[in-house]
Write a protein that binds this ligand. Structure first.
Ligand SMILES: Cc1cc2nc3c(=O)[nH]c(=O)nc-3n(C[C@H](O)[C@H](O)[C@H](O)COP(=O)(O)O)c2cc1C
Length: 198
């Protein structure tokens, strides 16, 4: 091989190494997975993604965390936690569809449920819990009596679709908020983990 073809071949090989595989969101976070736990979430602006990672951290980082838009194959997992952001009282359509289409995969494996909402910046009470978890997400997930939690989330205008942003800016008096608490997510992760590992 002459110098020129050697150079060309090397560049092609190097390029191959640099081309990413199909992206798997959060595959490397956290790093101490045990292969048994998965957290599946649906989000618009990311607070539910952060809650999911922090819940996993509360479980000592053992859960693999999936955005539902990856359409993950959860069949190899023994324990699944499911969470959704709330808009107009419901979780994202993608999460609803996934749960509908994967009933047989998640059946009997759901160990925890959570929702992330704004609740007009007010503390969450039993009424919201019933509406968002018991009468909504638990039904979609076909889950029985498992640990569950409604977290307060956040508003970041710049992450919203332009029309939604315009509407929310006027509704919220142009004020963003951030009420998602990592400590609450960690505590929920510990609670879910303990419910299986007594
Ligand atoms: C268009 C829109 C509709 C919303 N509807 C509700 C709602 O019905 N109830 C509620 O409590 N919070 C509502 N929220 C607040 C979100 O639930 C909150 O911002 C949450 O943190 C979003 O989660 P995400 O960042 O994972 O998408 C709404 C927010 C937006 C932008």
């Amino acid at each position: 091989m002459d110098k020129r073809s050697f150079f060309k071949t090397s560049m092609v090989a190097l390029g191959g190494l640099l081309i990413p595989r199909k992206m798997l969101a959060l595959e490397y976070y956290p790093a101490t997975k045990n292969g048994e736990w998965a957290i599946l979430y649906g989000t618009w602006c990311g607070s539910t993604r952060d809650a999911s990672v922090w819940i996993s951290e509360g479980m000592n980082g053992i859960a693999n965390v999936f955005d539902v838009r990856e359409n993950p194959d959860l069949s190899k997992y023994k324990h699944i936690v499911i969470g959704g952001a709330i808009r107009a009282g419901v979780v994202p359509k993608e999460l609803q569809t996934y749960l509908e289409n994967n009933k047989s995969v998640i059946d009997g494996k759901v160990r925890g449920l959570f929702a992330v909402c704004g609740n007009m910046k007010q503390p969450v009470n039993q009424e919201q819990h019933n509406r968002l978890i018991n009468n909504h997400l638990a039904k979609l997930a076909g889950a029985g009596n498992v640990p569950s939690k409604v977290f307060l989330g956040r508003i970041t205008f710049g992450l919203m679709e332009p029309d939604v942003q315009k509407q929310m800016r006027s509704m919220m008096n142009n004020e963003e908020y951030d009420n998602l608490k990592r400590s609450e997510c960690l505590d929920f992760g510990r609670e879910v983990f303990k419910s299986i590992n007594q």
